[in-house]
Ligand binder design. Structure first.
Ligand code: NAI
Length: 458
């Protein structure tokens, strides 16, 4: 029997598309060869957040809470318990996605699906195991996997267990004594944060001259300063070139070599879209230069009726982007106008303190030739921040164009992840500082600093 929508992949893009399509009465078949929930639920966003929350509590328990008059002794982190709790939560959330699929009346096929061209009435065919399924539309939501750069010794190290990716590190039953993190992107920094709290000696090696990729420079510096004070070592401007058992070697920007002894290496050098072996060639679907599926702002591929969303597109590689892309694709399929915008996608690094940003940084705006003004304010402007962040050095940066339109916001400090949606709304709606301050923020909150910063610009 044919359906309205065949979905390859049951991660955030796939399951959100199935939910929305089901909600609007479309018939859906969704293929998942591994676990529903994808990387985000099983080995990404949620598992890491459970670990990081335990680390935060432990940091308080082992002395951080003294600043607030709470004295504790004998605090311990039971890493195996933390991992077991993470596993339980993942199971619960995956079961939740299964329920949602039922509610959407989606047929879940627990096998890898492969595109296999069209049948004689022009419908798309997906093969899974020995069976064939047909549908009027296809959404490719096959996600991404850890990119393994061609560093001599890395593959062997991954095989032997001396190196791990984001997947295996979340299942470690013991905390390594020494950990080298290869790459200071979100994965590298979040795991450096957890294992630093858990007692490992952590060294982060990053080939760029700063951590956090495209993060605002001040925010990156502040984050690095905070983690250096907590004992994490950073080797920026240093490229890892070789792995040998127990050793990582590389070269600095000035040409000098470095070597580190370690018990474990986390390979966190980026992710690549999963587009191989899914039959794209059967329909002639085009790729981007980075291997992601080429899509337009309606999430359409070059083949009418075939859409892509999530990490498989290789554009933004964030679960919340995947949700919105999936929603856009479903709307286009059901004939409702919608457009995916990438200029206001918030991103968060869940370190402690958190770092969150949306839209332009001063640097990215200037690189685009925009004449912008950047305002930097301390989070200490908020009494609530002071009450809850003794000795805190958080900042908020606001980027405005000549017409005082809010183009971007970066925040270092807790709870940045819960404040950034307000900024994302301002950037999405292209609000001016004047328009933004028309909204009343509750007092006392840390979010007030965002409104206060805009107020300073009137
Ligand atoms: P990434 O691309 O963000 O960072 C990888 C870093 O590794 C880069 O800064 C790169 O310069 C560095 N690197 C590459 N090769 C190197 C070498 N040989 N020596 C030294 N440094 C080297 O990738 P990451 O952290 O693996 O994350 C993958 C994706 O997952 C990203 O798109 C990220 O946004 C997403 N993600 C998002 C999270 C969040 O939103 N909180 C959490 C985890 C992942």
């Amino acid at each position: 029997m044919s359906c309205d929508l065949l979905i390859l992949g049951g991660g955030p893009a796939g399951f959100r598309a199935a939910e929305r399509a089901g909600h609007f009465g479309l018939s859906v078949t969704i293929f998942e060869g591994n676990m529903l929930g994808g990387v985000c639920l099983n080995e990404g966003c949620i598992p890491t957040k459970t670990l990081l929350y335990s680390a935060k509590l432990y940091d308080y328990a082992k002395g951080g809470a003294q600043k607030y008059g709470v004295i504790t002794t004998g605090a311990e982190l039971d890493h195996a318990f933390v991992v077991a709790r993470k596993d339980k939560l993942v199971q619960k959330l995956v079961a939740g996605v299964e329920m949602q699929m039922k509610k959407a009346r989606a047929t879940v096929v627990r096998a890898w699906g492969t595109l296999a061209g069209r049948n004689d009435v022009g419908e798309f065919i997906v093969r899974a195991g020995d069976a064939e399924y047909t549908g009027k539309n296809v959404l490719i939501a096959t996600g991404s996997s850890a990119a393994i750069p061609p560093i001599p010794g890395l593959r062997k190290a991954l095989e032997s267990g001396f190196a791990v990716t984001n997947r295996e590190i979340l299942a470690l039953r013991e905390v390594p004594k020494r950990l080298v993190v290869l790459g200071a992107g979100a994965i590298g920094l979040e795991m450096a944060s957890y294992f630093n709290s858990a007692g490992a000696e952590v060294t982060v090696v990053e080939m760029l001259d700063r951590i956090g990729g495209r993060l605002d420079k001040d925010a990156s510096n502040l984050l690095q300063r905070n983690y250096t004070a907590r004992g994490v070592k950073f080797l920026t401007g240093c490229r890892v070139q070789k792995l040998e058992p127990g050793r990582v070697a590389g070269v600095k920007q000035d040409g000098t070599e470095f070597e580190l002894e370690t018990d474990l290496v986390l390979a966190a050098a980026g992710r690549k879209p999963n587009t191989a072996g899914i039959g794209l060639e059967s329909l002639g679907i085009e790729l981007r230069p980075n291997g992601g599926i080429l899509t337009d702002e309606k999430m359409r591929t070059n083949v009418p009726g075939v859409f892509a969303a999530g990490d498989a597109t290789g554009v933004s590689m964030l679960a919340h982007t995947a949700y919105r892309e999936a929603e856009t694709a479903v709307n286009i399929i059901r004939g409702v106008e919608d457009t995916m915008r990438y200029d206001a996608v918030p991103s968060v690094i869940y370190t402690n303190p958190e770092v969150a940003s949306v839209g332009e940084t001063e640097e990215s705006a200037r690189a685009r030739g925009l004449n912008v003004k950047s305002l930097r304010v301390p989070l200490l402007l908020s009494g609530r921040y002071q009450a809850e962040n003794e000795g805190g050095n958080g900042i908020l940066k606001l980027v405005l164009d000549e017409g005082k339109r809010i183009l971007g916001v970066t925040i270092v400090g807790n709870p940045a992840s819960e404040i950034i949606p307000a900024a994302a709304m301002a950037v999405t709606q292209r609000m001016t500082a004047q328009e933004f301050t028309g909204t009343i923020f509750p007092h006392p909150t840390v979010a007030e600093v965002l409104r206060d910063a805009a107020l300073m610009e009137l």
